[in-house]
Design a protein around this ligand. Structure first.
Ligand SMILES: Nc1ncnc2c1ncn2[C@@H]1O[C@H](COP(=O)(O)OP(=O)(O)OP(=O)(O)O)[C@@H](O)[C@H]1O
Ligand SMILES: [Mg+2]
Length: 195
């Protein structure tokens, strides 16, 4: 299965989500999961490199750089396992990453202001591909969070029931081997149910 993390808006937890979703799958099935780093910012690759320098590595998660050719061939990798693509905010790599995906996850913050870009990203997903919004880094007791959920539901936007809460442990996780996959394990359950 190929899952692409995409949003035209930056800083919405695409990279964090890609690593933790792959980690959740790898730990669940005790098999290697691949993250394809298609973002020129290369944050996922940096995460892996830092974890290797620290001596832990990323366990069963393999982060590989991706270009148009790699993405077009991702089907072979994803045929029998999980490939999560960390997509860039725009351009041909984003288009290709959405085209090859079995499922597109559109992470969004808990701010209603960010919904326009989540919707624009959803609208750009090729017809036929399944997709849903994942509200991430959420502070669930806030008005902004309630308005975000209400906005998505009013618009009938497909979304994960799972909400990823804002956590200091996740914020500090970059460059290390995560102890837990947090709510991404529940997001994986939802994904496996529909896929
Ligand atoms: N659940 C969370 N709780 C707290 N902080 C989080 C959470 N998820 C992500 N973050 C933090 O939010 C910031 C943005 O996350 P991340 O880099 O994964 O987003 P991105 O969409 O990949 O950004 P970019 O557009 O720069 O690629 C990072 O500092 C990350 O550590
Ligand atoms: Mg990123």
């Amino acid at each position: 299965m190929i899952v692409t993390m995409a949003n035209a808006k930056g800083g919405v937890a695409k990279t964090t989500g890609a690593i933790l979703l792959a980690m959740a799958w790898a730990r669940r099935f005790e098999r290697e999961a691949v993250v394809l780093d298609a973002d020129p910012q290369s944050s996922a690759s940096l995460w892996r490199d830092m974890a290797e320098d620290a001596g832990s590595g990323l366990g069963l998660v393999d982060v590989r750089p991706a270009n148009l050719s790699t993405l077009r061939r991702a089907g072979r990798l994803g045929a029998d396992g999980l490939v999560v693509v960390d997509a860039p905010p725009q351009g041909r790599l984003l288009e290709e990453a959405m085209k090859v995906a079995d499922f597109v996850i559109v992470p969004t913050s808990d701010s209603p202001l960010d919904l326009q870009q989540a919707w624009a990203t959803m609208a750009a997903i090729p017809s036929g591909a399944r997709a849903a919004v994942l509200v991430s880094r959420a502070e669930v007791n806030t008005r902004a969070y309630a308005d975000t959920i209400a906005g998505l539901d009013r618009a009938g936007t497909p979304r994960f029931d799972t909400v990823v809460r804002k956590r200091q442990e996740i914020k500090k996780m970059m460059g290390s081997l995560p102890d837990s996959s947090y709510e991404y394990a529940q997001a994986l359950d939802e994904l496996l149910e529909v896929a």
